[in-house]
Write a protein that binds this ligand. Sequence first.
Ligand code: AQP
Length: 331
Amino acid sequence: MEDKKLIFSGIQPTGTFTLGNYIGAVRNWGPLQDDYNCIYCVVDMHAITVRQEPAKLRQNTLNSYALLMACGIDVEKSILFIQSHVKTHAELNWILCCNTQFGELSRMTQFKDKSKKHPDDINAGLFTYPSLMAADILAYNADLVPVGVDQKQHLELARNIAQRFNQRYGDFFTVPEPYIAEVGAKVMSLQEPSKKMSKSDDNPNAVILILDDKDTIIRKFKRAVTDSEAEVVYREGKDGINNLMTIYSSVTGKDFKSIEAEFAGKGYGDFKLAVGEAVADHLEPVRTEFARLIQDKAYLKECYTAGAEKALRYSQRTLNKVYRKVGFVDR
Ligand code: AQP
């Protein structure tokens, strides 16, 4: 690898990516490839912390891989692979679990939220999810992790785990830094704008999927929950409008002041339509490229097999050193 800083990030194949995943994370990954060594991953092992239908998970994993390519990840520039193909992640996870405290895992808001959402399946994997995420990152000694603001707490824990390991066993892991997009770091639900937009939301109107067609996107924006005023301004308490302005700003590049000027004297109807059209047009090339890639399963397999080989080679070196540090006998 070239002598550049290393970026690692991953996404769960729990469904088609939402506009939140796209704006908060994935669309920033492509442009980073020129300035950093990038390693990206479809984290299927994370996905099973919530019950998944096996055939659907397989399909979603392949779709997610193709979607990442359609969103601009170039397999010639970056390492792009499927997490379960690289066994070192699970192996390093065990070592890191033994260096993670019950108390710190208990404080994770994602664990609390998902436990509430799935009260019949509060499994140990859901609890130790952040330790596997730390393993994903530390296996490559990543310097930077581009994530949406919702993942900041997990990343903070990955940093604590790395620091603890370094104190116990001698300096070894790079302590990773979050890399968060300035605009659109958190996209909210269109139906409950105080909640983040999530792939697994049960209400389809709350979520824009990046493969939705133009009519669907416009229809969902028209139904977006706003407020009883009629002014397009960014202000505390106007969660719905603030969210739409954030989305509009991140796909058009316009700042809030110029958006307010553009829609001065116009109603929410005009604004919602403009947001819907801008988002649909922005996503059109992604939809087209995805449709092309997903036809060619043999090519996708070639790409994810090569990606996994490179990732294994890299992370195995880290794991061997970690095993030695904790006192395991060399094979
Ligand atoms: N609403 C969001 N706004 C900004 N960024 C977001 N991300 C997720 N939702 C938003 C970012 O997307 C990346 C990949 O996320 P993930 O799929 O690994 O996990 P997640 O955060 O749990 O995403 P979802 O969509 O909410 O999935 P489900 O419903 O399966 O739990 C991360 O960088 C995340 O910050």
